[in-house]
Design a protein around this ligand. Structure first.
Ligand code: URA
Length: 480
């Protein structure tokens, strides 16, 4: 009988080294004990290295390695032995073993893998950083993963939040990023992390605003955001009240809808008047009478861009939504709030940007009392191009940021592929630097974990803007 102690027990390399030694020595699974979760024992491989080699190391598929890397993070104390059994059988000639989903070992390994992957997603979605009081740009988060996943997921956070200094503390392990190096160390306690911060209040306000009682599905919500994570999420404190009041709010909304303030533009002239000059004020006045496409008719008003006359950064969205149409201002609804929150998280001030849209009228479909957003068509974007070009010529920003595919195609051309080309600098024909990312409403439409991941990626793209307000940043990342 041989024994292997792995320290730490989630280290895939240590497991692989020991498994290879055992396999080369021809040690069958039943003659090997894996003391995976008792730490500080014999060290990897124990006496295995001294055994005579009776066979060559097998070649294993990438699929097996990927499975093993996940399974080793599970808390099941049997996992090391299970993996070795699979390896032994594959090396013994069952090359297609992993394809046999009904095999008991394969089935169990897949279950463990699934559970670990799910835990990874939860960590990516539910880690909430809190600012360390008195320290600039330093954040700590407390998280309680189900499995040993910190080493596996920490590099994700290092990539996503490369510009911050942060630590993630868990009961068994911690990860620390100082802006350059990722370090992994012992676990901590919840009391080691700051308990609350000002941003959480903002996040709660935001969450309460975007919470749509009409779309509430408590069962789905509990499935996607299991209650055990609620204590880690600032917004979760609001949920019991939001859920309790949802029914009444839906009834109130239904009654209020017909009373929404609508201000219709009086007499339609045939097209749009020419602006008196290229000042933003003149452009705005001329655009308010625009009839270049039919969208003006059902819309309440033109929603022109707003912001400093010579802002360094211009943000281009798709088209106004319901709230923008009613208020006449871009990005004031749920998508705008998410965008503002992202700016805050990156230490950027939205009010220094000029914010506009590729299309200046709200396109919607009336469904009973509701006005449902419809994507603008190419003809609407083309009709509105004159206004976007005039805004670009008047503001002359150094940087243009496109939110979503419609804006990106309006700025870069029809061939632009958002998901392939997002988050990297491009240069427009006049030398202006520009990049695109997803639209904040796309982030809001993602369900469950995907929303947290979508938001993290959105933030990561927008990080290109850091320093751009003062002219110090952004350039470092730009292409030569
Ligand atoms: N979506 C946009 O693209 N623009 C807005 O102004 C609001 C929502």
């Amino acid at each position: 009988m041989h024994a292997v102690d792995l320290d730490p027990p989630w280290d895939p390399d240590a497991w692989r080294r020991a498994a290879r030694l055992a396999l080369r020595a021809g040690v069958p699974p039943e003659a090997l004990t894996w003391n995976g979760d008792t730490q500080g024992g014999l060290g990897f491989g124990s006496d295995l290295a001294a055994l005579p080699v009776v066979r060559e190391s097998p070649r294993v598929s990438a699929e097996f390695l990927s499975l093993a890397n996940a399974v080793i993070c599970h808390r099941d104390p049997q996992r090391h032995g299970l993996l070795y059994r699979l390896l032994w059988r594959i090396a013994g000639g069952e090359q297609a073993l992993l394809e046999r989903a009904t095999d008991a070992d394969v089935h169990r390994a897949r279950e463990l893998e699934k559970s670990v992957r799910r835990d990874n997603h939860k960590m990516k979605a539910f880690v909430r950083f809190r600012e360390v009081p008195g320290e600039a740009n330093a954040f700590v988060s407390w998280f309680e993963p189900q499995h040993y996943i910190v080493d596996r997921v920490a590099p994700f956070f290092a990539r996503r939040f490369a510009g911050m200094r942060w630590a993630i503390l868990t009961p068994y392990r911690s990860a620390h990023w100082d802006g350059q190096v990722l370090r992994l160390g012992p676990g901590g306690t919840r009391a080691d992390a700051p308990s609350d911060d000002a941003q959480e209040e903002m996040w709660r306000t935001y969450y309460a605003n975007i919470f749509n009682p009409a779309r509430l599905n408590p069962r789905m919500m509990r499935q996607e955001m299991p209650q055990k994570y609620w204590k880690l999420l600032p917004e979760a404190q609001l949920l019991p009240d939001l859920i309790r009041d949802a029914g009444q709010r839906v009834r109130d909304m239904a009654e209020r809808m017909p009373e929404a303030p609508r201000r219709r533009i009086p007499m339609p002239p045939p097209s749009s008047p020419e602006p008196m000059d290229d000042s933003l004020a003149a452009l705005r006045a001329a655009a308010s009478q625009c009839r270049r496409c039919p969208l003006w008719q059902p819309a309440t008003q033109t929603v022109f861009g707003e912001g400093p006359e010579h802002a360094r950064v211009m943000i281009v969205g798709e088209q106004p939504g319901d709230e923008e149409d009613l208020s006449g201002r871009p990005f004031v609804g749920p998508a705008g709030k998410l965008f503002t929150r992202a700016m805050g998280a990156l230490g950027l001030d939205r009010s220094t940007f000029y914010i506009t849209n590729a299309v200046k009228h709200f396109r919607f479909e009336q469904r009973g009392k509701f006005r449902l957003h419809r994507n603008p068509e190419l003809s609407h974007v083309q009709a509105c191009r004159t206004w976007l070009e005039s805004e670009l010529a008047s503001v002359r920003p150094d940087i243009v940021v496109c939110l979503g595919a419609t804006a990106a195609q309006a700025v870069f051309g029809k061939g632009f592929r958002l998901m392939e080309q997002r988050g990297v600098w491009h240069t427009l024909p006049d030398g202006t630097r520009a990049f695109a990312t997803v639209h904040p409403s796309w982030v809001l439409r993602q369900k469950g974990d995907a929303q947290g991941v979508g938001y993290a990626n959105f933030l990561e793209d927008l990080r290109l803007l850091q320093g751009s307000e003062t002219g110090q940043g952004g350039a470092a990342d730009s292409p030569a």
